[in-house]
Unconditional design. Structure first.
Length: 172
């Protein structure tokens, strides 16, 4: 199995407008443009089950490991001149470009292959509506019964203060 790297004939995404990844030869490792990273470049390792993003921000190197099932789908973006096939994540900074091309037939074919490979839907960016925010499981809610959550809190009342009296302490 051969890895695709920036030195094996695949041009990095930031250096030119053409990016072509072979979906059938995985794992794939390539460079992509990242506006937040040092040098504006991040390295991406693309496997069938996971994606690993390597980048450095202000000298702090990090590797972000994301499952492929966490991505929402494969989408086609761009204008008529050059369109981009993107692996879309809810967080836009984690979205990954897969193919940049002006050839519509090549894009449609690659779109189907990438979608089938990752078992993700093909998204139409123009007709896509934002997904509703999902409700997260609340850890505290599971700890207490619901009727205790409805109870009112006690009212703090003033305690009476006894002055100038002798204390009686019972010791056994």
């Amino acid at each position: 199995m051969r890895r695709q790297t920036a030195t094996s004939g695949i041009a990095p995404a930031g250096s030119s407008r053409s990016l072509r990844l072979d979906p059938l030869s995985s794992p794939v490792r390539f460079d992509a443009h990242d506006p937040r990273a040092d040098g504006y470049v991040r390295q991406i390792e693309l496997h069938r089950e996971r994606v690993v993003l390597h980048r450095a921000v202000r000298g702090m190197r990090m590797a972000i490991n994301v499952r492929v099932s966490d991505f929402t789908g494969v989408a086609l973006r761009g204008n008529d001149e050059a369109q981009t096939l993107v692996l879309v994540h809810r967080d836009p900074s984690l979205s990954i470009p897969l193919l940049v091309s002006a050839d519509g037939d090549e894009l449609v074919e690659a779109w189907a292959i990438w979608s089938e490979l990752f078992a993700l839907p093909q998204l139409d960016e123009g007709a896509r509506k934002p997904t509703p925010r999902r409700r997260r499981a609340n850890a505290i809610r599971d700890r207490r019964p619901k009727f205790l959550m409805r109870r009112r809190t006690g009212v703090a009342r003033e305690l009476s203060v006894h002055r100038d009296e002798r204390e009686i302490i019972a010791r056994s």
